[in-house]
Design a protein around this ligand. Structure first.
Ligand code: GSH
Length: 211
């Protein structure tokens, strides 16, 4: 029996950690948490993550939360999978964490505001919240788009956890009718991601959970 359990919800940001566990070929177990039914608000789940969020990663009875640190943990535990480029200079390792935090702290909250504006405002103001989130998303994603202009992946030709994060952001936005028409490099990045075995397996597991 595996001692790693990922608490996840299909389609949510736990997809990033799920792809990484697949990429690392880790022996792990998934515990699906139905956010729609409020499973994450139960006393039982709050014992796992008092913040009532997925993902959470249980490792031999201890629990780690927050995507960037779960990613860092998986990357460190499975070095052969090369989930983050190996770096040996001063700030480079911290820069990688900074990149992951850009996804989790800058872009992810905008994704939520764009997709579910009524979480943050009355119905009468929802359109305004959505429009402002869209403008800010374009600003943030233009940086990603430019970075992908001359390379397949975020860190050049080496695939990394950042690509899994970018993929989740884009696929989540696409479910909310976000257009990629002026972000062709991101559209191509998504196509490239869909060809990876780890992504195919992660999406298949999410699909089975939804049935
Ligand atoms: N900062 C957290 C955010 C996690 C998060 O917002 N997860 C969402 C799913 S994408 C969630 O569990 N939402 C449930 C809720 O807010 O009620 C991370 O990066 O892991």
């Amino acid at each position: 029996m595996s001692n790693i359990t990922l608490f996840a919800m299909p389609g949510s940001c736990s997809r990033v950690s799920l792809i990484l566990l697949e990429e690392a070929k880790a022996d792990y177990h998934i515990q699906w948490v139905n956010l729609m039914n409020g499973d994450h608000k139960t006393a039982e789940f709050k014992q796992i993550n008092p913040k009532s969020k997925v993902p959470a990663l249980a490792i031999a009875g201890e629990v780690l939360t927050e995507n960037p640190m779960i990613i860092k943990y998986i990357s460190t535990q499975f070095p052969k999978a090369n989930l983050l480029p190996k770096v040996d200079t001063g700030l480079a390792e911290y820069q990688q964490i900074s990149d992951l935090c850009f996804c989790s702290s800058t872009i992810h909250p905008l994704v939520t505001r764009f997709c579910i504006p009524t979480f943050f405002a009355e119905e009468s103001c929802a359109t305004s919240v959505k429009e402002k989130a869209l403008a800010a998303l374009h600003e943030g994603l233009t940086w990603v788009e430019q970075r992908l202009a001359d390379s397949t992946w975020w860190y050049g030709e080496q695939w990394s956890a950042m690509d899994a994060y970018i993929f989740w952001i884009i696929t989540r936005l696409q479910r909310c009718n976000f257009s990629l028409s002026d972000l062709p490099n991101l559209a191509q990045h998504t196509e490239n991601m869909l060809k990876r075995d780890s992504v195919i397996w992660a999406l298949e597991k999410e699909k089975l959970a939804n049935q």
